[in-house]
Design a protein around this ligand. Structure first.
Ligand code: RIB
Length: 313
């Protein structure tokens, strides 16, 4: 049976500019290629991934009553996302992100939250009328909405998966109810713990520090093209990623955590298998340009990718 996932998170219009290298302080650089406007936002990138991989995807977010909002709304409907809990905010603009992508695919992002900031506790509670099998959260919306969603899910015994981006050093992680998975990337891990990830010892130390603050069954640290570090507080494991040519890393982490979540729900809670699947989905995503447009289009695409990778081993 299909899993229903409630994504309580953000929606943005991304303005992406390719560059050869990042501008230095005081420098103006001409962009190296075409500017593009395309759907992004951590929540939307994840919601599009869930829908493509076959989940019933309910997206609880806020967009503005403006042209970006209209474009995003139509796109979500086209890709099969349930938009009945997507709130149109008449007072605030749709969130927007300036994404600068270097030739090796690395990105830097500056985000204007707009309507994302105003997702309210009551918007979130209404989202639960969809009776989800799991709650999926990120940190690109207001603190009250995140805590309201997590607490509601916990009270109703709905498992919670939290992708910890973007890092918010001031977020009271210890106020969160117990989670199934808490997943930061390397930068976010360092911001939350103060520990730079230089090797296995530091990854373990950072995970243990996170376990002191977050009640989670698993910490999954995303390591980009190296894969992921999985820890349950007693054991840890590295899961290596798949080798692809990186075009644009935008949305790879969002797609990874969404894929991991869905696989975990479907495979009866096998975290290592779920993380491996997340790595495949992340690898496909970095091999293409854009945010939501770059995630896999279907489960079959991921299966073909995995079969090809295994054939090459
Ligand atoms: O994780 C990538 C996303 O971060 C981009 O799509 C941008 O909108 C920001 O939210």
């Amino acid at each position: 049976m299909k899993k229903r996932v409630l994504v309580v998170s953000s929606a943005n219009m991304d303005i992406t500019m390719p560059v050869r290298s990042m501008p230095a302080e005081g420098e103006t650089l001409l962009c190296d290629g075409s500017i593009s406007y395309s759907p992004g936002g951590k929540g939307a990138n994840s919601a599009v991934t869930f829908a493509a991989l076959g989940a019933e995807t309910v997206f609880c977010a806020r967009i503005g009553r403006d042209s970006h909002g209209e474009t995003l709304y139509d796109y979500y409907k086209d890709v099969g996302i349930d938009v009945s809990h997507l709130v149109i905010d008449k007072d605030h603009a749709t969130g927007c992100a300036a994404v600068v992508v270097e030739s090796k695919g690395q990105n830097r992002i500056l985000c204007y939250p707009g309507a994302n900031k105003y997702l309210s506790e009551s918007d979130v509670e209404e989202g639960f009328l969809s009776c989800p099998d799991a709650l999926y959260l990120q940190m690109e919306i207001g603190q009250d909405a995140i805590l309201a969603a997590a607490n509601y899910a916990y009270r109703h015994e709905i498992p919670i998966f939290l992708d910890a981006g973007p890092a918010r050093a001031d977020f009271p992680l210890d106020s969160l109810p117990p989670l199934t998975v808490f997943s930061p990337n390397e930068t976010e891990t360092e911001i939350y713990t103060g520990i730079a990830l230089t090797g296995t010892d530091s990854m373990l130390a950072a995970s243990m520090e996170l376990f002191r603050r977050v009640r989670a069954e698993y910490i999954v640290i995303k390591l980009g093209d190296r894969g992921a570090f999985v820890c349950n507080g007693r054991h840890f494991k590295f899961i290596t990623s798949y080798s692809v040519r990186a075009v644009d890393t935008t949305a790879a982490g969002d797609a990874f955590t969404a894929a991991l979540t869905l696989r975990y729900l479907e495979n009866g809670g096998d975290i290592n298998d779920a993380v491996r699947y997340g790595c495949a989905v992340g690898a496909i995503t970095v091999s293409r340009a854009g945010a939501a447009y770059s995630v896999p289009k279907s489960r079959e695409e991921v299966e073909e990718f995995l079969a090809k990778q295994e054939g090459e081993l």
